[in-house]
Design a protein around this ligand. Sequence first.
Ligand code: DX5
Ligand code: ZN
Length: 217
Amino acid sequence: MKRLAPSILSADFSALAADVNKIETAGAHLIHVDVMDGHFVPNITIGSLVMKSLIGRTSMPFDVHLMISDPDKYINEFVTQQTEFITVHAEACIHLHRTLQQIRSLGVKAGVALNPATSLSRIEYIFEDADLILIMSVNPGFGGQKFINSAVRKVEELARIRTAGGYNFEIEIDGGIGTSNIKTVTEAGVDIAVAGSAVFGAESVENRVRELISLME
Ligand code: DX5
Ligand code: ZN
């Protein structure tokens, strides 16, 4: 099943529960949580405290995107009953295989993210150790950036690798996704699409969520 994961990075943090409620009523599937440390990426956002404040306020699972250096140190903090995925950046992990095993051992699905300039060959040997591969279609750090077109080819290539190798990971895309390109990336092989500004910047958040979901079908 194709799923939409709105990123709360573009939500109104002073009214977070209300914004989350809007996307949930409209049928969004996951909450994408963008964690940035001002070190791996040039911006600081939110940590596990904010994510945990949503437990019980929504039944949508958490899709945690760690844009932080040395993620091994912080993985535990993001493990909750509601956490479906914890995704780390391949570029931030010295022992990527070990990190993915650590995430799985905590009962959470393990994801690997790749920056736009990072090749798929970098993760060739961990395809069977990942439950999710996240293709970044902007350079991580900020919401509202322009979609980088080469991400479509990367998704197509990844989908081919998955079929040929019989792998089970899901394919996610993140950055610059909106009504103009969500259909294209879904057809290329995306299972989970992240959208921040396209959702929370819309006049009606609910209508935009419904529109994006219908474009994925
Ligand atoms: C980028 C983040 C994205 C971003 C998406 O560093 O990982 O999740 O917030 O926002 P939009 O959809 O506005 O590009
Ligand atoms: Zn993200």
